[in-house]
Design a binder for this molecule. Structure first.
Ligand code: PLP
Length: 393
């Protein structure tokens, strides 16, 4: 039997400490490794497979389109891309879409759009304000946008035009807003940076401030969008509409696809400003269309809301039982458990042994981002495994 971990160490760039398991198959909430062991998957491709692994709706759309037409250039119209664009607009507060391939690419597009808006309407303003502990992707510009020192350090000098400030602090945003500011960019819930939930009125305050200064509000919904928080889009939970929104992760049900959406006033790209070879790719777009349609028609965000509520209640019960759990937080099915010590690795490995994948969020915290179709007995199973692991720590 091939030792895939050995192949990884010999040939692959070592950019991550992988959990020592090679996954070969998935179905719904479950995955199997190359030795046939089954796991309950609460990592879910990192908040991606919103309908679970290999959902028939996703697989059928993908395979049917792959047999029909895989790739055409953006120089031509293609039906899956346009059906997806229409579906996104009709189900959001946005007017126009550009479809790309990943979260960072969507955010790059959003920032380019904001800079064009600044050039056209704000005297060449180009700065984008973002927050500490945000995560917007791994390109050089998105590294600068992400308010995390450890991401910046290895890659200085970084592109200019990004100012990171304290999260959940409107005064911090006000303090750095100048005539150079073209946008504020936020995640409705900071996901990678710790599952940090802002105060209920924070987004509204930022919206009001942006309006008073005429600058744009960009919401990075790459992780929170498409049902993850218990609403189709996170902004709906806060009653605040962004000018630009980005999506990826859950949008394709497992295939790499992302989108920049904008209100008409912010959709200022003109001919030649932005494009991508694989943008609007028929295979990924047909898959995303089928996924999103299923999510909407079957109220999958409603299940995320209900199951998320039940899940967090069960985790709160564990918090009552184990004094070393210092916090349980989250919204919908984006949940974190924090400990008073750096035991996340131990917990991840303990869960792996007992047949569950969970994500190490920080050295002292774990994250649950299961498929949005998770049911009550699967939540019970996840909490039972975690309970067993914690009882041995
Ligand atoms: C909020 C947010 N924005 C952007 C990204 C980057 O997306 P991608 O990894 O698809 O480039 C992520 C990925 O975790 C994310 O959570």
């Amino acid at each position: 039997m091939t030792d895939w971990q050995e192949v990884d160490s010999q040939y692959y760039m070592q950019t991550i400490v992988r959990v020592p398991v090679t996954l070969v198959r998935g179905e719904g909430m479950r995955v199997w490794d190359d030795k046939g062991k089954e796991y309950l998957d609460c990592v879910n491709g990192l908040a991606v497979n919103c309908l679970g692994h290999c959902h028939p709706v996703v697989v059928n759309a993908l395979t049917e389109q792959a047999r029909t037409l895989m790739q055409v250039s953006l120089w031509y119209y293609n039906v899956p891309m346009l059906k997806l664009a229409e579906l996104l607009v009709k189900n959001s507060c946005m007017d126009r879409v550009f479809i790309c391939n990943s979260g960072l690419e969507a955010n790059e597009g959003a920032v380019k759009l904001a800079r064009r808006y600044g050039a056209l309407n704000l005297n060449d303003a180009y700065e984008v304000i973002t927050t500490y502990n945000s995560f917007h992707g791994r390109s050089l510009a998105m590294t600068a946008a992400s308010g995390q020192e450890k991401m910046h350090k290895p890659f200085v000098p970084l592109p200019v035009g990004f100012i990171n400030v304290e999260n959940n602090d409107i005064e911090a945003i006000k303090a750095v807003t100048t005539e150079k500011t073209c946008a504020v960019m936020l995640e409705p819930v900071q996901a990678e940076g710790g599952v940090n939930i802002a105060d209920d009125d924070y987004l509204q305050k930022v919206r009001d401030w942006c309006d008073s200064r005429g600058v744009l509000l960009i919401l990075d919904e790459v992780q929170t969008g498409v049902g993850r928080l218990g609403a189709l889009f996170g902004y709906q939970l806060y009653g605040v509409e962004p000018d630009i929104m980005t999506l990826a992760k859950g949008m394709g049900g497992g295939v790499p696809v992302g989108a920049v959406l904008a209100k008409e006033k912010a959709a200022v790209f003109t001919l030649g400003d932005h494009n991508a070879t694989f943008g609007g790719n028929p295979v990924t777009n047909a898959t995303a269309y089928a996924t999103l349609k299923y999510v909407i028609e079957n109220d999958i965000p409603g299940n995320a809301r209900k199951m998320g509520q039940y899940f967090i209640e069960q985790l709160q019960t564990l918090k009552g039982k184990y004094s070393f759990i210092t916090d349980v937080r989250g919204k919908g099915l984006l949940l974190a458990v924090e400990f008073d010590d750096d035991i996340a690795d131990k917990v991840v490995m303990g869960c792996l042994e007992k047949g569950m994948l969970i994500n190490k969020l920080k050295t002292n915290a774990i994250r649950f981002v299961p498929a949005l179709i998770i049911n009550k007995s699967e939540v019970d199973k996840a909490v039972k495994i975690l309970d067993e692991v914690l009882s041995g720590i």
